[in-house]
Design a protein around this ligand. Structure first.
Ligand SMILES: *[C@@H]1O[C@H](CO)[C@@H](O)[C@H](O)[C@H]1NC(C)=O
Ligand SMILES: *[C@@H]1O[C@H](CO)[C@@H](O)[C@H](O)[C@H]1NC(C)=O
Ligand SMILES: *[C@@H]1O[C@H](CO)[C@@H](O)[C@H](O)[C@H]1NC(C)=O
Ligand SMILES: *[C@@H]1O[C@H](CO)[C@@H](O)[C@H](O)[C@H]1NC(C)=O
Ligand SMILES: *[C@@H]1O[C@H](CO)[C@@H](O)[C@H](O)[C@H]1NC(C)=O
Length: 663
């Protein structure tokens, strides 16, 4: 994430407060840079580099006086600058550049990516920001109502623009000419505010066209309530998963007048971003072009081969997908990242398909790519909408979905890489090392907090539907994160309830889920209860070959408890170093959560309170459980009469159809 890495003050000592230039300057020598911004000696400054998810800022060193008193009227001002956005990887680049007026020299605690280094997710829209900006945005962010992935907008205290327009300019005859912001070509922007008319105009044009008479954007709004008496002026820019170099080549500013035009004859050169791959292709071309005759034939064949290879890498993008822009990856990037989905890069096979590890080109972000097959187009649309939702979830105990890519019959989901792999490998395959009790207890708490977020803290309730050790992943510091959330639901789409297909895994499916096929937060709690027992006992929920009393984990734990020796079930491998009360709490809570009667199970926030010892389990819990045992018998035999398919449901037995569908 974004860190304000270094603040460098250039050329001038720190404590000079007043502006030595009297409100007019061209930027040479008076700048201050933060984040990934870099000022070059030839006058060029670069706001972002190839590092993903960073922000860079450059500010004029001194505050400018915009009003004659704190309650005064904002003076007229005018500024013009020349920028260039050089994409690092074809059309995929991000996230944009903004001219900004703000109360401080530099912005801290801000987020990169779609926030452009101007805001963070909590201060968006806050009137105390006092930020007015003009954004040149190269990614469409649906949640901010962005109109497209190549637009100019006027922003006040939020990146949701007051007015916005696709990038371009009006000719004298009124026709509109489109411009591509991230073409790498320098373009000029004018931002002019007139104090009397209270109007802010923004004009954009290429360098070979003189300033158009009609502005691209015009906002009639008094800026006086938004700007403070003294404000800093500068630029902010950010990268996301997609990156680009954002450059400023020249800049002038004038208070109470028109900013002097920039002398384009002496602009610094924008370095072209050369991809290593392009160079090798160029090399091949150079050599082959110097030959003739038969070699021409080889060139043709080579060209055809390259063309076919490219075509193979092409993917379909449909209109409706454009709105999910930020989360879409290019297939060729994933192909390169995973070395062509090579077997050596295979991390494992999950419920939904193969998982590959990879490193994204340019940004060097480590990722895990999950390949999922899909069939219907209709289902796909809902799938992507769902993915856009999942992609917005942010929690330290959820594996982050970075994006997706779709190609032919396949869908690729891109996740953060989890270096330690999944929990089941630790529980059942010792090669990954043993887990002592404190690690196990932390994993339980981590998962509880991720699940609580999905159930109770996100805008809408998200049911995980497939909680099990294989979906609990561990990062480099052994923090546990839930993976694969929301996917089970997606796989339900279009499936006839009559077929009684239940997404989930045998051993973790609650009785009411197996009866009705309807997942709920309490069926998630059931699975989480089983997982808690599994972590404490170090064994699978169902052992078909074990003796009858030990076959089903929950029954066995309950029986041992009733016999007065609940600790007998504990995994020997946790060693002697454990807090007995904690282990007992986990076992009892695990039983309560995996109780066959959904109404008895606690919700996730209560579970967290129990785990944190903020709340106590009832003292007569065993009585409650045993009493319910009898009630449950009655309830089930009565329900079983209504649904012949799911006959003879004891607490954890399953009908044939679930066994065959269980993954
Ligand atoms: C701009 O004009 C206002 C009066 O209209 C004046 O008070 C202010 O000092 C001027 N600012 C500059 C920088 O010239
Ligand atoms: C980009 O800038 C950041 C912040 O200064 C720095 O940490 C990072 O190493 C830079 N990346 C490259 C590729 O130069
Ligand atoms: C500015 O406005 C505030 C609140 O509107 C008021 O309390 C204050 O007295 C005003 N100051 C001046 C100098 O007018
Ligand atoms: C967002 O920015 C505000 C203002 O700088 C800051 O107080 C707040 O802590 C930030 N929030 C986050 C989540 O970084
Ligand atoms: C903004 O543009 C309009 C023409 O479209 C013009 O009449 C007005 O004077 C301009 N305002 C400023 C502040 O440049």
């Amino acid at each position: 994430m974004f860190q304000l890495i270094m603040m460098l003050l250039l050329f001038f000592p720190k404590n000079v407060v007043s502006d030595p230039t009297g409100g007019e300057f061209n930027f040479n020598g008076f700048l201050y840079a933060a984040g990934s911004a870099h000022l070059k000696s030839n006058g060029l400054f670069r706001l972002t580099n190839t590092t993903a998810q960073t922000a860079g800022q450059v500010f004029y060193n001194y505050p400018l006086r915009f009003k004659d008193s704190p309650n005064g009227t904002v003076f007229s001002f005018s500024t013009t600058f020349i920028f260039a956005i050089a994409s690092h990887y074809g059309a995929d680049n991000g996230h944009g550049l903004a001219f900004v007026l703000c109360p401080t020299r530099g912005l801290s605690n801000v987020d990169p990516t779609q926030y452009l280094g101007l805001f963070n997710s909590t201060n968006m829209g806050d009137p105390s920001n006092h930020i007015v900006a003009v954004e040149l945005d190269t990614v469409q962010t649906a949640e901010f109502n962005d109109i497209d992935s190549n637009h100019v907008g006027i922003d006040i205290n939020s990146v949701i623009s007051e007015v916005a327009s696709s990038a371009g300019y009006f000719n004298d005859d009124g026709t509109f000419v489109n411009l591509f912001l991230s073409s790498g070509d320098p373009m000029q922007v004018w931002i002019e505010y007139e104090s009397k008319q209270k109007q802010l105009n923004v004009t954009l044009h290429p360098l070979d066209v003189s300033k158009p008479k009609t502005p691209l954007l015009s906002l009639e709004k008094d800026l006086s309530p938004y700007l403070l008496e003294y404000m800093y002026v500068g630029f902010s820019s950010s990268t996301g998963i997609r990156t680009a170099s954002h450059y400023i080549l020249g800049w002038t500013f004038k208070m109470n007048g028109t900013a002097p035009d920039i002398d384009t004859a002496h602009l610094p050169e924008v370095p072209r971003f050369d991809q290593p791959r392009d160079q090798s292709v160029k090399g091949v071309m150079a050599i082959t072009l110097s030959l003739s005759g038969i070699t021409m034939l080889i060139v043709l064949i080579l060209g055809l081969w390259l063309f076919l290879k490219r075509k193979k890498l092409l993917e379909v993008i449909e209109d409706w997908e454009v709105q999910f822009g930020p989360h879409r990856f290019a297939y060729k990037d994933l192909h390169t990242a995973t070395k062509g989905f090579k077997d050596t890069e295979l991390l494992g096979k999950g419920g939904f398909g193969k998982v590959f590890k990879g490193t994204l080109p340019v940004s060097n972000i480590e990722i895990a790519v999950k390949m999922v097959s899909h069939d219907s187009r209709q289902g796909m649309r809902e799938f992507i909408a769902e993915i856009a939702t999942i992609g917005r979830l942010r929690h330290p105990n959820l594996v982050r979905l970075l994006g997706y890519c779709r190609r032919k019959g396949e869908l690729y989901l891109v996740y953060d890489c989890m270096p330690k792999g999944s929990l089941d490998k630790f529980l059942y395959h010792q090669q990954n090392g043993n887990l002592d009790w404190s690690k196990r207890f932390k994993i339980i708490k981590d998962v509880a907090s991720g699940l609580c977020y999905l159930h109770q803290q996100w805008m809408q309730v998200i049911i995980h539907r497939d909680i099990k050790p294989a979906n609990i992943l561990l990062d480099g510091n052994m923090n546990a994160k839930l993976g694969d959330f929301g996917l089970a639901k997606l796989c339900d789409h279009g499936i006839d309830p009559q077929t009684s297909y239940v997404a989930g895994t045998l051993g973790y499916i609650s009785p009411e889920l197996s009866r009705t096929g309807k997942a709920s937060t309490s069926s998630d709690v059931f699975a989480f209860g089983v997982v808690m027992l599994e972590i404490a006992c170090g064994r699978k929920p169902v052992l078909p070959r074990a003796s009858e009393s030990e076959m089903v984990l929950t029954d066995w734990v309950l029986e041992c408890w009733e016999n007065g020796d609940i600790l007998q079930v504990v995994d020997q491998r946790i060693g002697q170093e454990y807090i007995e009360e904690q282990v007992k709490l986990v076992l009892k809570l695990g039983l309560l959560c995996s109780h066959p009667v959904a109404a008895i199970r606690p919700n996730m926030s209560s579970i967290i309170q129990f785990l944190d010892s903020v709340a106590q389990l009832p003292h007569n819990l065993l009585d409650i459980m045993s009493a319910q045992e009898i009630n449950r018998g009655a309830q089930i035999s009565c329900e079983a009469g209504n649904s012949p398919q799911s006959s003879s449901l004891a607490s954890l037995t399953f009908t044939e159809s679930f066994v065959s569908h269980g993954r």
